[in-house]
Each structure stands twice: as structure tokens, then as C-alpha cells.
Design a protein around this ligand. Structure first.
Ligand code: SF4
Ligand code: SF4
Length: 348
């Protein structure tokens, strides 16, 4: 069955699919005409390439996020379209039959490898699949992959939450050095980012433009703090201290542990669950889940930022806020104040 027939069978209108292809090309800054290439690539992908999805030390939250997106038709369509050959959580096969599917795909080569979850660096025994260490499974599966996508915070950088456990989970790049790896951190992975990245790769045969941490610039090119709707409160020195005070409801969450000033992501612009809400919109500080420091280096998540650590418990918020604004004035660019004051040097 061709893609268009599949679309029709799944009651997805062609117009919606073309709109989606246009959105993918726009997000990566490609000319409009590129949308056509993406549509063609998706059509061609009804036969290839195959996708192997591995899970290491994870909670399957990234799979869940991807599969339970409110736009399931696209995820479903793509999973069908790109021929998902191996995925422990969703595949019908199990045991030796499942492993055989992986081995057969590996023999064919040229597949997209999606990795969810971290790999233990402390001791291989923390994560084994079918009696094999996950590190071994990853290494052998990576060998013939055309591209590797590390999906979610656990599979990237310092291993997300498992990275702070005794297993010392680490991301894919820690173990695989000779393959292109596209990092898509956040906890969990944002489904649209994963779909768009796969589509882009199918159409162009290469990774999109990335920052020095191998994150696509289209999603991780800007500091969250610069786009935060509470930024005005930050500049005014209004910092939330009491969750129960309705007057402080929309105040800046810096003192409640917000990592926005150190976090590169489009979360403030592209909200979760098809635009339903996002962390700061829901009144929670940004946990910095797209950064290498997440989780261990950023915990406790609800603790104030380093800038205030020396100030002590009796910090005068009004003074602190004014100090921040003062620095902004000296720099003549209020916009850069947070970065300056917070010593945010880990730029892309
Ligand atoms: S510190 Fe956090 S809540 Fe405050 S403006 Fe920056 S990103 Fe927004
Ligand atoms: S706002 Fe921060 S914690 Fe929330 S998803 Fe985005 S990067 Fe992660």
C-alpha cells in the first residue's frame, strides 16, 4: 500500500500531510520546496529505511510520549511508514523472535537507530537484554546504522536521571564515537522533534544543522530564559517565594530552582501536548532537562540558582532583583542580564 492509500485508510487527509511536511521543512529553515522532498522521502520510506528502537535504562517515557502524542495519526503513520523493525515495548514478537528481527535488520544495514534510555558506565550488569549487556547490544546495533538518534535526556549527555544513580548511566555519545549522533534531549523527548528529525533525515540523507552538543539548532538554538513569558518579572526583580501567595502566581521562578537561564530549548515557544501547556506555564520551574547537567548537576530541582547561594537564607529579593536590573543597565542590554549575572557560559 502506498503512502497516500495509507493516509486515506487512516483517515488522514493528504492536505494535512502536506501541511505537516511544510512544517518540517520550515522548522529546519529549509525553503518551501523542500516540503515536496520530505513528502517523496516519506513515500519512498514505505519500503525503507528500517528503524531499530533500543531501550536501555529508561522508564519507556519517551516511547510513551511518542506513541501517545495527541497527533497519533502521524506517529502511527510514520512508525508504519518507516518500518519499525524492533521496539521492545510495542513489538508483537518477543524473545528469540524479536532478537532475530533486530539481527536481520542489522545485516541489511543503513537503518535509523533510535536509542531511548541510558547505558550503565559503572557496571554492565545494571542493564542486560537477553543476557547481553546493553552496552554490547548498542555497540553492535550501532555498527551498521546510517544515523543514530539519541531520544530523551537519559540517552544523551550524562544519562539524565539514571546518570545520577549508582549505575552511572551515560548517553549514547559516551560509548559510540564513530557515528553521527543526533541528540534530542528533554525528559521525555518531544514527539514532534523526533518525527521532524526522522523526516528531515529521510529527505536529505543528513543530520540537520546542530550546535556543539549535537542538538538540532531548530529546537535548541535559543535560551529558554530569553523567550520566557515571566522574563518581565525577572527584569523587575519579582521572584516567587511563596507558592501560596496568589499575588506571586506569575512571578519569576528563579528562586524556586528555574534552570531557564542555562537551558537551550524552544519550550517557551512550542508547548507540550500539542500546545496544551509547559513546565513554567504550569507554575513549575524549568528543570533544565535539555542540558548536560540534568539531572544530577541540577538537583535538587526546586533549589534556588547558584547566584543566590552565597547570599544566604535571608536574601532580600527586592535588592537581589534590583541588582539584576542594575547589571542589565550597566550592560546597556537588559536582554543579556540574566546570562551575565548567572554566568551562563555554556552557550551553544
Ligand atoms: S528564571 Fe525561569 S521563570 Fe524566570 S524568566 Fe527565566 S526562564 Fe522564566
Ligand atoms: S521547560 Fe525545561 S524542564 Fe520543562 S521540558 Fe522544557 S527544558 Fe525540560
Amino acid at each position: 500500500m502506498g503512502l497516500l492509500e495509507e493516509l486515506a485508510a487512516k483517515q488522514i487527509e493528504r492536505r494535512d500531510f502536506v501541511k505537516f511536511c511544510a512544517a518540517v521543512s520550515a522548522v529546519f529553515g529549509m525553503p518551501k520546496a523542500f516540503a515536496k522532498d520530505i513528502a517523496f522521502a516519506a513515500e519512498a520510506a514505505t519500503k525503507k529505511p528500517a528503524v531499530i528502537w533500543l531501550e536501555g535504562q529508561d522508564c519507556a517515557g519517551c516511547s510513551e510520549s511518542f506513541l501517545a502524542t495527541l497527533n497519533p495519526s502521524l506517529a502511527e503513520l510514520l512508525l508504519g511508514t518507516i518500518s519499525l523493525r524492533y521496539h521492545e515495548t510495542v513489538m508483537a514478537g518477543a524473545g528469540a523472535v524479536a532478537e532475530e528481527a533486530r539481527l536481520k535488520t542489522m545485516e541489511e544495514g543503513g537503518y535509523v537507530l533510535v536509542v531511548e534510555g541510558s547505558i550503565p558506565a559503572a557496571d554492565d550488569r545494571f542493564c542486560t537484554v537477553g543476557g547481553k549487556s546493553f552496552k554490547e547490544v548498542l555497540t553492535e546495533t550501532a555498527k551498521n546504522a546510517a544515523v543514530i538518534i539519541a531520544a530523551g535526556s537519559c540517552a544523551t549527555f550524562n544519562g539524565g536521571i539514571p546518570g545520577a544513580s549508582p549505575s552511572k548511566g551515560r548517553g549514547v555519545a559516551y560509548f559510540i564515537k564513530d557515528k553521527p549522533i543526533i541528540n534530542l534531549p528533554t525528559c521525555p523527548v518531544k514527539p514532534a522533534r523526533l518525527v521532524a528529525t526522522i523526516m528531515y533525515y529521510l529527505a536529505s540523507g543528513k543530520a540537520p544543522a546542530m550546535d556543539k552538543l549535537n542538538r538540532p539548532l531548530a529546537f535548541y538554538g535559543e535560551l529558554l530564559h530569553d523567550n520566557c513569558p515571566r522574563r518581565g518579572q525577572f527584569e523587575a526583580g519579582h521572584f516567587l517565594q511563596d507558592w501560596n501567595d496568589p499575588a506571586q502566581r506569575d512571578y519569576c521562578l528563579l528562586l524556586k530552582g528555574c534552570k531557564g537561564p542555562k537551558t537551550y530549548t524552544d519550550c517557551a515557544k512550542v508547548w507540550w501536548n500539542e500546545g496544551a501547556n509547559w513546565c513554567i506555564g504550569a507554575g513549575a520551574p524549568c528543570a533544565g532537562c535539555s542540558q548536560p547537567e540534568f539531572y544530577g548537576g541540577f538537583s535538587p530541582l526546586y533549589d534556588k540558582q547558584d547566584i543566590f547561594n552565597g547570599v544566604g537564607k535571608s536574601v532580600n529579593i527586592d535588592t537581589a532583583g534590583k541588582a539584576l536590573v542594575g547589571v542589565a543597565a550597566v550592560g546597556a542590554v537588559v536582554h543579556g542580564a540574566g546570562r551575565l549575572v548567572l554566568g551562563n557560559k555554556d552557550k551553544k
